[in-house]
Ligand binder design. Sequence first.
Ligand SMILES: [Zn+2]
Length: 140
Amino acid sequence: MPDSMEYIVQTEPDGRQYHVTALISGENAVMHCDCLAGKSGQICKHRRALLDEDESLILISASHPVEYLRAAVMRSDLGRSLDRLRYSEQLLERAQQLNSEEKARFAKIMNAEIKADEDRDSLERQLENQLAGELVEGDH
Ligand SMILES: [Zn+2]
């Protein structure tokens, strides 16, 4: 017997309200949202807001506590996929930061403000170090 959870959510104070349904059956979880993005099969902010701890979420009504939904989803196949998605988003954010830093360095080297450092860590190594640092900080 699948667990069915119903939520009516809004993500902006004056925004429209949308109906999100989660159906969880053991390992399998699916979530539907009746917004335009949701109906066309895209990730929508309403479902992400329910699953992430998103401050923009305005909960109008809930059949189950949101924490219950999150815990059930994280035990499912959808939760494992969400973990990977979140990790890839962290990687992307770090890569964008590194890209900005490397652009700034490149400009300085090009303008002879600094010399290129032969012993610099590879970008992959820097990315790994930054993520490792972030994960350690996140544990507290
Ligand atoms: Zn939606």
